[in-house]
Design a binder for this molecule. Structure first.
Ligand SMILES: Nc1ncnc2c1ncn2[C@@H]1O[C@H](COP(=O)(O)OP(=O)(O)OP(=O)(O)O)[C@@H](O)[C@H]1O
Length: 207
């Protein structure tokens, strides 16, 4: 049977491993992320979730196995990969001395369009004229998420998106994911919040 849009695999990893100095960082893992679905990576601290996300985003070259985006090997230097994947891993790439509005303009200049409603969706629309260094850590996380969602992309790769968010702000995030999935985008995320995983993830990869 032909894949429907809903079930079409977008990002597929088979047997991927990573190692440093011959020390394995993750066990061999298979992951398939299809259009319109959320896959959650779960597991204790140090189990390899961030490492797997970095492999999926092409930021780390696997020591074994393959990662394919639309049947092509993932490499973050590829234009195809960079335009398809919107990635939030590690410290948010924000400029402390630029305003939120400046960042939106940068996204627009880089990607040609920007989802203007995403700042409102994440509750930071009224902060447009503030500098990043004036935001709380939770507000910085919300703004980083807003930019990741606002950028045109098909797959969102998110490492602990729930970090530093209160319960109401986690709900804003969950609604944004649900709307992204309904639009046919995909989400792969490492997450320590069991309620969010139960609400959003069609599949879970436990490490
Ligand atoms: N650059 C690195 N150099 C050496 N070891 C690393 C490096 N990055 C990660 N590791 C190791 O790889 C393992 C997996 O780390 P990773 O950050 O992927 O875990 P995680 O599941 O995301 O953890 P957490 O839930 O705490 O964020 C850990 O043992 C960690 O110490």
């Amino acid at each position: 049977m032909a894949d429907t849009v809903e079930t079409r695999p977008v990002l597929v990893a088979e047997g991927i491993t990573a190692s440093i100095d011959d020390q394995p960082l993750v066990v061999p893992t298979d992951i398939t992320v299809s259009a319109g679905e959320c896959v959650a990576l779960t597991g204790p601290n140090g189990s390899g979730k961030t490492t797997l996300l970095r492999l999926l985003a092409g930021r780390l070259v696997p020591s074994g196995g393959t990662v394919l985006l639309d049947d092509e090997p993932v490499d973050e230097r590829s234009t195809h990969v960079r335009s398809a994947l919107s990635v939030l891993i590690g410290v948010p790439a924000l400029y402390p001395d630029l305003t939120l509005g400046d960042h939106v303009q940068l996204v627009h200049a880089t990607w040609g369009s920007v989802g203007e409603t995403d700042l409102e969706r994440f509750g930071v629309g009224a902060l447009r004229d503030r500098f990043v260094h004036e935001l709380s850590s939770g507000q910085q996380q919300l703004f980083s998420l807003a930019l990741v969602f606002a950028r045109p992309s098909r797959v969102l790769v998110l490492d602990e998106p729930e970090q530093r968010l209160d319960a109401d702000r986690k709900d804003l995030f969950a609604v944004a994911v649900e709307e992204a999935l309904a639009d046919g985008r995909s989400v792969v995320m490492a997450c320590h919040d069991h309620d969010l995983v139960a609400r959003l993830a069609r599949r879970q990869v436990s490490l």
